[in-house]
Design a protein around this ligand. Structure first.
Ligand SMILES: Nc1nc2c(c(=O)[nH]1)N[C@H]1C(S)=C(S)[C@@H](COP(=O)(O)O)O[C@H]1N2
Ligand SMILES: [Mo]
Length: 409
């Protein structure tokens, strides 16, 4: 496992001293087309926000910024490196966080209103390292282009979340037998400025809602949850699209039927039941809700575009892998475009829903251009495909193998 000691930092500085732009300059146009570190290649706008690293901005209004793969090299994602995905306007930071309140209503025996202060006083805190992943992660790999933010693999991160178990709070409210689904609401203003419109409101079936890993979160990496990540209070439901994890939480509505808030209908967070023709319009009747996220493995070191000294004969790789509700069983890497594969050393997760770090050492027989490919296989034996398949209008499930280019000499 990687530690953040000085050796590591200096080693990385050497490896990433020259970026993809430099490799691009030495290659004919299009030659690096298979590699996926698109941010550097496209020269993205970088985020400038206090408390955040220079993430790649995918959109301004609403603010969406993804984490470059090489910034996902820490075992625990530092707060400044976690991606940002807003659907509406960013609210102002709460002045008195402990007075922040939310309600649980609908199909419950007792409607519950709790302030953050009460939540901390009445329920046992839990801390767990868990992956948050945007439902659209990997969308940019679809052909033809799917609608929405063009995420590469950077709509994911694995910080340490502290909160109380959602199930404990729901037990206090008492679910009625009619409880079937949840609807989550946050206090961020809709992009249009219309206060009567919820920005996004998604939910999950009661079975998933009661999972003991779900938290009502008030701290990240040991610090109060930052405003940009939904502080003072957000929901965190791991394994499923990040959009169910409402930021600035103010209401959990327990419903007697599937929730129909913005983000639940038509093609939103839905995938085709019967495979559709890429680029076709699609019929909403052919779609089901995307639940567990698919398996994904990424190379976090070296960075895409790394130039290595002439004569370099082998390279140490590091990465991460995760698979929604499932464990990752295996990670393999290739340096010859998938002709041969080497099994990586895969760590166990610290707790359920943690990502799994991996390492591997591969040989580079001669100077020249290489691509490092990685592919994960989940506990059910399902592997990442070479390309993003099962096209759908809004581009969910784009979990093509990750590929980074390196140039020796
Ligand atoms: N209230 C509210 N909650 C929200 C969102 C939002 O726009 N508003 N975005 C969702 C989406 S799509 C994702 S992927 C995650 C992103 O969380 P982050 O910005 O902390 O990374 O928050 C989810 N919760
Ligand atoms: Mo998302």
């Amino acid at each position: 496992m990687k530690s953040s000691g000085t050796n590591d930092t200096s080693r990385r500085a050497v490896l990433t001293g020259v970026g993809l732009a430099a490799i691009g300059a030495t290659l004919p146009p299009g030659a690096a087309a298979l590699a996926q570190g698109t941010p550097a290649a496209k020269g993205p706008k970088l985020l400038e926000m206090e408390g955040k690293a220079r993430l790649a901005v995918l959109g301004d209004k609403p603010l969406v910024a993804e984490t470059q793969a090489e910034l996902m090299d820490d075992d625990v994602t530092p707060t400044d490196k976690l991606f940002v995905r807003n659907n509406g306007q960013t609210p102002d930071a709460a002045k008195e966080p402990d007075k922040w309140s939310f309600v649980i209503d609908g199909e419950v025996n007792n409607k519950v209103t709790l302030t953050l202060g009460e939540l901390k006083a009445k329920f046992k805190p839990v801390t767990r390292r868990m992956v948050l992943e945007c439902g659209g992660n990997g969308r940019s790999f679809f052909t033809p282009q799917a609608r929405g933010n063009q995420w590469t693999n950077g709509g994911a991160g694995c910080p340490e979340w502290t909160g109380v178990r959602l199930g404990d709070v729901l037990k206090a409210a008492g679910l009625k037998p009619s409880a079937k689904f949840s609807g989550h609401y946050g206090s961020d203003l809709h992009l249009s400025g219309d206060a009567s419109k919820p920005t996004v409101s998604r939910g999950v079936p009661i079975g998933k809602l009661m999972d003991e890993n779900n938290l009502i979160v008030f701290a990240m990496n040991g610090q109060p949850l930052p405003n940009i990540h939904g502080g003072p209070v957000r929901l965190f439901i791991p394994g499923w699209p990040g959009s169910v994890s409402a930021k600035w939480l103010n209401r959990i509505w327990i419903r007697d039927k599937e929730h129909d808030g913005p983000g639940m209908t038509e093609f939103s967070y839905r995938v085709a039941i019967k495979p559709m023709v890429p680029g076709a319009k699609g019929d909403p009747a052919n779609f089901r809700i995307l639940e567990s996220m698919p398996v994904r493995s990424i190379v976090t070191s070296p960075a895409n575009g790394t130039k290595l000294p002439a004569g370099t004969k082998e390279i140490k790789l590091r990465g991460a892998a995760w698979a929604g509700d499932l464990l990752v069983k295996q990670v393999d890497v290739s340096t010859d475009f998938g002709a041969t594969w080497t099994r990586a050393k895969l760590e166990k997760p610290k707790n359920r829903y943690d990502w799994q770090r991996w390492t591997a050492t591969v040989k580079l027989p001669a100077d020249g251009y290489y691509e490092i490919w990685t592919r994960g296989t989940d506990a059910k034996g399902v592997m990442q495909p070479h390309l993003a398949g099962f096209w759908n209008p809004q581009g969910y499930g784009g979990n093509a193998m990750h590929r980074v280019a390196v140039l020796v000499g």
